[in-house]
Structure formats: C-alpha cells, structure tokens
Design a protein around this ligand. Structure first.
Ligand code: ADP
Length: 482
C-alpha cells in the first residue's frame, strides 16, 4: 500500500510554505523506530502569520458565508475524507503506530464529525426572551473569532473532528497545532479540506514543537478561544497563558477512568469492553478504562477470564494489525515501563500479553499488562500510565465502589456494569465524570455525545451539539421600541 507523505510545510492562508526559519523535525515510525518523514518546525512568527490569515478570513469570504454553506463545505470535506480512507488510515497507522483497523475507525469517526456538524450548521440559533412592555429581546449565537487548537498525538483525526470541525461550522477561523510526534494526518486533512473548497485562511496549520508553536498560539493576543487536548501539566500552562488575554479555554486532559462490575453484571457482555477499553491505542487514550473495580462475589471468576484474555493479546507493528501497536516513542515506553517494573517488583502482575516476534527491535513495544489486588491509593491505581496497563481492584459495597471510583484527581469517564436499574441510576448520579456508561463503555465513540471532564480531567465539552455552544459566544440584544 502506498500513501502520500505530506511535504514538510505549514498551511497559511491557503498556501503551503516552509516554516519561517526553514527548519524541519524528523518524524519517527513508532513500529520500527525509523525516521520516515519530516515536518516543518514552525516558529512564533509562523503563528503570527497563521493568526493574521485566520483574522483576514473572518473579514472575507469565510466570514460572510451563510451557515448552511459552511455546512455544505464540511459535508464535502466529509465525503472526501471517506474517499481517501485508505490513504489516511495508512498514514495514521504509520505515524501513530496504531493498528490499521483502529486508524480506519478514526477516519470514519472524522467523517462522522464532519457529517454531524455539516447537518448542525443551520440548526443552532438564539432565542427570544419575554421582557418588559416596549422591548423585544433576542440572542445571537456568534463565533468567537480565531480559535487555536492544540492537539495530541494519540487520536489526531478524531480530535480534529470534535474540535476543529465544530469550530469551523460555527464560523470561527482556526489555527491548528498538531503534536510534533504525529502531524501528518492533520496536514493531509488540511489539504483535503482546501481541495474540497474550504476558503483560504479558514483553517491554518502550523506544525512544530509544543514549547514553541503551542506556547505561541496559547498566549497569542489575537486568538479568541483555545482548545487543548493533552496532559494535565501542559493544560494548566495553556490555561495560564490564555488567562493573560482573558481568553476562554476548553481543556480535555487525562483520566484514570473506572469500569465498575457488580455481582449481578453480565460478565460475558462486559468482558470485551473491559479488555478493549484498557488496550485500545495501546492504552494511550485519555478515556482508557484503566481501573477495573470488581465486586467480591464475582471477583475471582472475572479476574480469571481477564487473565485468560490478556495472555492471548499481542502487540506488534501497526500495519500488521495486531491487538495493539507500539507506544508512540522511546520516552513514552520508558515512562510506561517504569510503572510495569513497579508492579513487577511488588508482585502485582497477574497476566501479560506478548510482543509479536515480527516486531522490530527498535519499535516501542510493551506487553499489555494486568495488575490485580491493587489498593485504591497505590500509584498504579492513581496515576495515568498512558500505556496498556490496567489495575483490578476488589470492592464489597456500592458505597465503597463509589468512593474508590471517585478517589482520584481525575473525572473523565466511568463505566458501570449491573442489571439493577435503581443502582444504574444511583451510580450515574454519584460518579464524578463527564460521561457515564451503563452496561457499555464508550458508546462506540458516539460523535453525538458531549465529552469532557471534571477535576484534573479538564473542563468544557466537545462533541455533540454542546461543542457548538463552546465554540460560540452569546450576544443579547434588547430593543426598546415603545
Ligand atoms: P502528551 O503528554 O500526550 O504528549 P502533551 O500535553 O505533552 O501531551 O502535548 C499535547 C499537545 O500540546 C502537543 O501538540 C504538544 O506539542 C503541545 N504542547 C506541549 N507543550 C506545550 C506548551 N508548553 N505550550 C503549548 N503547547 C504545548
């Protein structure tokens, strides 16, 4: 399979050009450790140019375009994305190291976002408000203006879908800063969008280092909204930078999400979700279900099933489509390996998958690993590992399950497995999380479902209609006419 590797350039005002300083950065294939591409190393001056182009687009064709036509442009981009699914999926699999089937699912999700937001374009409106005699009062929903999007390397296409496309359909003009480890599909997406008729300047892409391009974008005086997905530490820095300009931010940060299994759960239905939510994307997923809480009555039986399943799991090269791929980088592997070693030293490992014999030695593979009988306050149960490593924690009562589930700094997603309808409702109310899944986990990614966290998992919501409120601002108009 051949696929086009984008040239190492940035997109500003509809034109691809070299970065201001003319520098590039190497791009590694995590499956092999080889350098297979380069990206432009953007600078703060490139960010200035991108923001200026976005501002100009708002004053030009893009800013004047009616909502339904913005929707049409997005719909065309969505079709083009699906037509190029093989190309995009291969590029993403190579760049991120994710199994090809996952990369294809990411392309489909990107297309679904484009379809969803295309349809929503002309269906978001203000309201009239009954007020005093002699007045007519109504609200207008307007774009923020220039939106900055700083995205991570784990799901570039899905995150473009839920953030950039929602911002665009509300009439904002966007500057996208992909992660330096995985920028290629962001560039491919921008090319597709331009070819599908997105006006120049509506979407600008500046690749490069986080501390250079990301920092310049987050603190830029002419950016009106910043959307960030990534680590909690960087998210806090971004919020501080944006605060200097009193600019709103959406932060989608980490998680340590619980999957809670009660004695009355359908274990066979739960099992594939319990496993997949821990190893998908090699565990490099903010909403990974990385803590499995099991009620004592089914604990040993379910743990045995999990162990059996984990022992069959294989990590291998992305294009060979194993259960999971490598981690993104040597640095990530070192961080995850330190957690695995901690669990090994304390005798907590109950099952390990394997690394495939066809995995190149310089790829960043770790075996999927299950820890059991972990205490809720253990580092393995508290810290986001961001690798295919999952802890199993036993519990006795519903109250105890809630206390353990809510007992981390995070609050992104939670899953509950129980046949008891009353318990489902109680748990949904009591769990600290932006999304709660009852007898499923992840709802197949549902683009329609608002997503985001509480606590150290961030704030603001993306996906669904809710994202459109986040990517717009409300103006109240009060007319006195006597
Ligand atoms: P991860 O831990 O998943 O690599 P990061 O939070 O480090 O996530 O990175 C997410 C995104 O934030 C990337 O695009 C990265 O380049 C960018 N980034 C990293 N550091 C900074 C920073 N200091 N300011 C702005 N953006 C940054």
């Amino acid at each position: 399979m051949t696929f086009r590797i984008p040239a190492p350039q940035i997109l500003i005002d509809g034109q691809w050009r070299d970065a201001d300083a003319g520098q590039t950065l190497p791009v590694e294939d995590p499956s092999s450790g080889e350098t297979f591409a380069h990206i432009a190393a953007g600078t703060a001056r490139d960010v200035d140019a991108a923001v200026a182009a976005a501002r100009a687009a708002l004053a030009g064709e893009w800013g004047a375009m009616p909502a339904f036509e913005r929707g049409r442009v997005l719909a065309r981009i969505g079709h083009a994305v699906l037509e190029q699914i093989d190309d995009l999926a291969h590029l993403e699999a190579r760049d991120v190291g994710k199994p090809l089937k996952q990369a294809r699912a990411d392309v489909v999700a990107l297309a679904r976002y484009l379809e969803f937001y295309a349809g929503a374009a002309d269906k978001i409106h203000g309201e009239t408000i009954p007020f005093q005699a002699g007045y007519t009062v109504y609200t207008l929903r307007e774009p923020h203006g220039v939106t900055g999007h700083i995205i991570p390397w784990n799901y570039p296409m899905q995150i473009i879908g839920r953030s950039v496309t929602a911002a665009l359909v509300m009439g904002n003009a966007a500057v996208l800063k992909p992660a330096e480890q995985a920028s290629l599909t962001s560039m491919a997406f921008a090319r597709i969008a331009t070819e599908a008729g997105l006006p120049a300047g509506a979407l600008n892409v500046v690749t490069g280092l986080g501390a250079v391009v990301g920092a310049a974008l987050a603190g830029h005086r002419d950016v009106n909204h910043v959307s960030f997905t990534g680590s909690t530490g960087v998210g806090v820095e971004i919020q501080k930078a944006a605060a200097d300009n009193a600019v709103p931010v959406t932060l989608e940060l980490g998680g340590k999400s619980p999957q809670i299994v009660f004695d009355d759960a359908d274990l066979d239905k739960a099992l594939p979700f319990l496993v997949n939510a821990g190893i998908q994307n090699a565990g490099q997923t903010c909403s990974a279900g990385s803590r499995i809480l099991i009620q004592r009555g089914v604990h040993d039986r379910l743990l045995a099933k999990l162990v059996e399943r984990y022992q069959t799991l294989t990590a291998g090269p992305a294009l060979a489509d194993h259960d999971l791929g490598p981690l993104i980088s040597a640095k990530q592997k070192a961080m995850v390996s330190a957690y695995l070693e901690l669990g090994r030293q304390e005798g907590l490992i109950v099952a390990e998958g394997r690394v495939s014999p066809d995995a190149p030695a310089d790829g960043h593979y770790v075996p999927p690993t299950l820890f059991a009988n972990v205490t809720p306050d253990h580092r393995l149960a508290q810290e986001e590992i961001f690798g295919p490593a999952v802890v199993v924690i036993p519990f006795d009562t519903e109250d105890e399950a809630v206390a353990i589930a809510n007992g981390t700094a995070f609050g992104l997603v939670a899953g509950v497995w129980t046949a008891d309808g009353g318990r489902q409702m109680r748990m949904a109310k009591r769990l600290h999380a932006g999304q709660v899944f009852l007898n499923n986990y992840g709802a197949a990614g549902g683009v329609e479902l608002p997503f985001g966290g509480v606590g150290k998992s961030g704030h603001g919501r993306e996906k669904g209609f809710e994202a459109l409120y986040g990517f717009s601002t409300l103006k109240t108009v009060a007319a006195h006419h006597g």
